[in-house]
Design a protein. Structure first.
Length: 235
């Protein structure tokens, strides 16, 4: 492959499952199912390309505002997805981590998340980071509350708080910031995803609905990224 600069960390806002289903006269539930299938394929491609960290936005803190039946279907889909990850974890070296307010999820899902994280904690292949019940505002507030408690109990002084120290209170502790953010379905917004961590990431938007996002589309995004010059404020 021609000089491909594969990002170390790719983050994806997997959007458009609902519109994909609507266009095909299918239920939203089937749209989300197709989205989960797309994720299986794209995570494999990312792994094969040598991506070290893949972060995907699966459910936001705002997505609870959807209908009870859609939320229920999504929780069931996540449950099945974690079962499949657990079943296949002997066959690959994915290290799975969930970010977000995990304690706000149904208990059975919390257990499945702990199980897959525990089972894969020593793997050294691709880090697969699933944002579920994730909102950057919520993440930052949880970090600030934690920091305040530590200051109150004299663990450190406010003056000792540096950027790196602050970042170590976020759910993404020990995870490098994304190099490339991809959002599908033509929307050009962050929808409360990784606000702190995306400060210097490159953004790539695709009009495709997430279930249609193909291996070639991922390659196109990476090719586009490869041609960019990142400056981080320098000349
Ligand atoms: C993304 O697809 C998946 C989740 C937010 C869970 P959407 O369900 O948002 O699809 P659209 O945006 O309605 O098409
Ligand atoms: C963002 O998509 C969340 C996920 C992809 C999980 P949304 O569809 O919820 O975002 P908005 O509402 O269009 O901003
Ligand atoms: Mg959407």
């Amino acid at each position: 492959m021609e000089n491909l600069n594969v990002p170390q960390h790719i983050a994806i806002i997997m959007d458009g499952n609902g519109r994909w289903a609507k266009n095909k006269n299918l239920s939203v539930k089937l749209g989300h199912k197709a989205g989960a299938d797309a994720l299986k394929k794209i995570s494999r491609t990312a792994y094969d390309l040598g991506v070290k960290y893949l972060s995907v936005y699966a459910f936001s803190t705002e997505n609870w505002k959807r209908s009870d039946s859609e939320v229920k279907d999504l929780m069931q889909l996540f449950s099945n997805y974690f079962d499949a990850l657990t079943k296949n974890c002997g066959k690959n070296d994915l290290k799975v981590k969930c970010i977000g307010n995990i304690f706000g999820l149904p208990e059975d899902l919390q257990k499945k998340i702990s199980k897959i994280e525990e089972m894969t904690k020593d793997k050294d292949g691709m880090n697969f980071i699933i944002a579920i019940n994730y909102g950057a505002h919520d993440e930052i507030l949880r970090a600030v509350k934690n920091i305040c408690n530590q200051v109150l109990t004299n663990k450190f002084l406010p003056s000792q708080l540096t950027e790196d120290f602050f970042a170590s209170f976020l759910d993404t502790k020990n995870i490098p910031n994304p190099d490339l953010l991809i959002r599908t379905a033509g929307e050009m917004r962050l929808s409360n995803f990784l606000l702190w961590q995306l400060a210097y990431s490159e953004f790539y938007f695709s009009d495709k609905f997430w279930p249609d996002f193909s291996e070639q589309d991922l390659l196109d995004a990476i090719k586009n990224f490869s041609a960019r010059k990142r400056r981080f404020g320098t000349r």
